[in-house]
Design a protein. Structure first.
Length: 365
């Protein structure tokens, strides 16, 4: 009988984003054979897995966005060809279970999944059940459903994603986003101003325009008692207007791991005014620091264990009122928010390994 070999593929494992696969690998300690193909800037791993840093070796050396996008796709083609050869070789002596993180509907994914599934049990993790907007050329893209239909099983992060993808007629498993255990012990109410943070790629669906509008509607007293930081890549120039806002600073560039942690540690609240989407790693990240999140009322937030109804808005037009409410009641409410997150973090850490074991205990029909 062939022994089991678990293979993970995660193109989006650069820097802080690599924690997702790192946490899964660390939870895989009971598995004898595990390897992971990851981004070349993936950090050091504490797992026992064999780490192969293979993705995105050239594109970040090029300044032209069009050339960089083309090199990115070429890089994925070459890497997937290498991975296919490895899996085909492994399948001769092992039963291979492949877990691949899926982000954008590149043609290459469909081609790779179609040929590699003959040599493994193919599990595809769909991070966003509703595809994000992109500016890639149409000729390198494909229909998402035609790509993920090759899976023996899909993995998603919440129940709303299950409902959106149920028409694919493939088994679907819900595995929550992993979080780090990095709760900050000094999460106590600070003196004014109350510090707010928006962090991540500035995309339309993340509600950055709604946040800028909301902040512009605050009162002079609110500006004296509150401060907003907007940080992240701004490829579409959506955050330029924020530079004229009172009591607001911006860092419109790539945020590396160290700066991400510094910004999280410095803030009191994280604002996530998303207009749509089925997943957000920032909510889990912020909660792992013990930072309460002001969120819109969409399923990827409302179904999360870290959802704070007192800090949510049913309609983004109510966001300025919510921010003003938080500023006014910060001293009275903050400790309660933090205590809630601390309890949820402990519970989450204890159960995540069970989630991963459940993920591995699957045999396709």
């Amino acid at each position: 009988m062939k022994s089991r070999y678990i293979v993970h593929i995660d193109y989006g494992s650069r820097g802080n984003s690599g924690f997702y696969i790192e946490r899964i690998l660390c939870a895989s300690s009971t598995q004898k054979h595990v390897r992971a193909y990851v981004h070349k800037e993936f950090g050091e791993s504490k797992s026992n897995a064999k780490i192969i840093r293979i993705f995105d070796r050239w594109s970040r050396l090029i300044k032209s966005s069009n050339i960089r996008a083309a090199l990115k796709v070429l890089d994925i083609y070459l890497c997937f060809f290498k991975i296919f050869l490895d899996i085909r070789s492994l399948s001769k002596v092992h039963k291979v279970d492949l877990y691949c993180a899926f982000f954008q509907s590149f043609h290459v994914y469909g081609l790779f999944f179609k040929i590699v599934k003959k040599y493994c049990n193919l599990n595809i993790t769909v991070h966003d059940a509703i595809e994000l907007n992109h500016n890639y050329p149409s000729f390198i893209m494909s229909d998402r459903d035609n790509i993920i239909k090759h899976a023996h099983r899909l993995i998603v992060h919440n129940q709303s994603s299950v409902e959106i993808l149920s028409h694919i007629n493939i088994p679907i498993l819900v595995i929550r986003f992993p979080i780090k255990d990095r709760f900050i012990s000094n999460n106590n109410p600070t003196d004014y101003p109350v510090k707010f943070l928006f962090i991540g790629h500035l995309r339309k669906e993340k509600g950055i325009s709604s946040l800028i509008k909301a902040w512009s509607m605050l009162t002079p007293t609110d500006y004296e008692r509150g401060h907003l930081m907007i940080a992240g890549n701004d490829f579409l120039n959506l955050g330029q207007e924020a530079s004229n806002l009172p009591s607001c600073d911006t860092k419109l560039n790539y945020i590396d791991d160290k700066e991400f942690e510094n910004l999280m540690q410095a803030t009191d609240y994280v604002i996530l005014p998303y207009e749509g989407g089925t997943n957000s790693g920032v909510l889990s990240e912020a909660s792992s620091f013990g930072k309460p999140c002001i969120t819109s009322f969409i399923p990827c937030f409302s179904q999360s264990e870290y959802f704070l109804e007192d800090l949510s808005v049913q309609n983004l037009e109510d966001l300025p009122h919510k921010i003003a409410y938080v500023i006014k009641n910060h001293i009275d409410n903050y400790e309660n928010y933090v205590s809630f997150l601390k309890f949820k973090n402990k519970k989450y850490q204890l159960s995540f390994n069970d989630d991963i074991n459940r993920m591995y205990n699957f045999t396709p029909s």
